[in-house]
Design a protein around this ligand. Sequence first.
Ligand SMILES: Cc1cc2nc3c(=O)[nH]c(=O)nc-3n(C[C@H](O)[C@H](O)[C@H](O)COP(=O)(O)OP(=O)(O)OC[C@H]3O[C@@H](n4cnc5c(N)ncnc54)[C@H](O)[C@@H]3O)c2cc1C
Length: 371
Amino acid sequence: MTMHKPRLAIVGAGMLGLAHALAAAERGYQVDVYERDSQALGASVRNFGLGLHLGHAQGEMLELARASLQRWRQLLPELGVWYKEAGSLMLARNRDEADMLECFQQALGSEYGTQLMSQHQLSEAGWHGESALSSPHEIGFASAQLIPRLSAWLQQTKDVRIHYQCAVLGIEDQVLHTARGQVKADHILLCSGHEFRHLMPQLYADSGIRLCSLQMQELRIAPRSIAPTLLTGLSCLHYPAFRQTPQLVLLAERYQAQLQQQHPAIPEHGIHLIVQQLDDPSRIIVGDTHHYADDAAIFQSADADVILRELCSELLQAPVSAIRHWQGVYASAAQPYQMLKPQPYLTTVNMTAGIGMSVGLALAAQVVESL
Ligand SMILES: Cc1cc2nc3c(=O)[nH]c(=O)nc-3n(C[C@H](O)[C@H](O)[C@H](O)COP(=O)(O)OP(=O)(O)OC[C@H]3O[C@@H](n4cnc5c(N)ncnc54)[C@H](O)[C@@H]3O)c2cc1C
């Protein structure tokens, strides 16, 4: 007698949809993924390709990041895509940033496995800054290549069926109304990224979820190898890991006030600098800005693009020039993710912070376990 595999239908073939497809296929589901476009075009292919460890607060999110990075280390060689395990370097550009990094290292360095580098050590290594936090755990990958490859690999090796150009237009009980007809599933998972409201507006009416629009650029540099992902002390104002002690909160508030006075355009555009080099030594990916509203921003700020390039050039002590720029959008809320189960057969999963590439694999395993 053949056993009937439970049928799982997933809406969205971004990082979250594919991560759930992997977890579910490995747990014995027959998985069908429905993607509106001919390939994933959302946040999952517009990001830095940074598997981040340093920024997450201790507890659930740090644990999810650790488990996901461990999974990526197994998966990436199997996928046969380019990736790097070069960690990250968070450079302090001034005394305020150095104070935050030193405070973090003292309080939490052993938990995060970071090391504080002095100005002298930095200049010997060819970097410019007051000091820096060096973290060995970060992974880098080229998301725009990784996501299509993961999709192909899931179809080839895990028997996952991915239906591109097949928008889901509505969900009624266990039936999905798709652009190509109706299908029935035992369970439905909604992983529709920042378009979460479209299929089930009533579910999200009071969810507090907004959209964050971000500006990203690819820049040309004189060829050189930049192995770790570069961040600066500006990231201490962005990542929850740097708000875990009263002293860190105090220092962040002081720096925020300082920036507001001296460089108001940086907080105005929500800029924090990340520099990621992929496999081409003459190019870097640089971002980002953060604009929060109910809808995605219409316009991108030319000023913010210039500020990002100036910050980058200062950090690298080298000229940079623009190759291309793009906008990314993700859902945003006070909590880093939201999972809802409005019906026993329906689960929705939204990343509501910019960390889905870093925590998505482990989060999906947890969600599938709970179906
Ligand atoms: C600029 C930027 C930089 C970032 N950098 C990083 C980083 O370096 N590291 C990190 O960890 N995270 C980063 N993030 C966050 C990360 O990219 C996201 O958390 C993650 O990609 C979210 O994945 P997702 O699958 O939920 O969303 P998406 O990638 O948006 O995928 C959702 C998919 O659902 C499809 N869809 C929607 N509605 C329907 C429908 N009705 N029918 C069929 N298909 C539908 C869409 O077409 C889309 O392909 C960044 C995000 C941005 C925007």
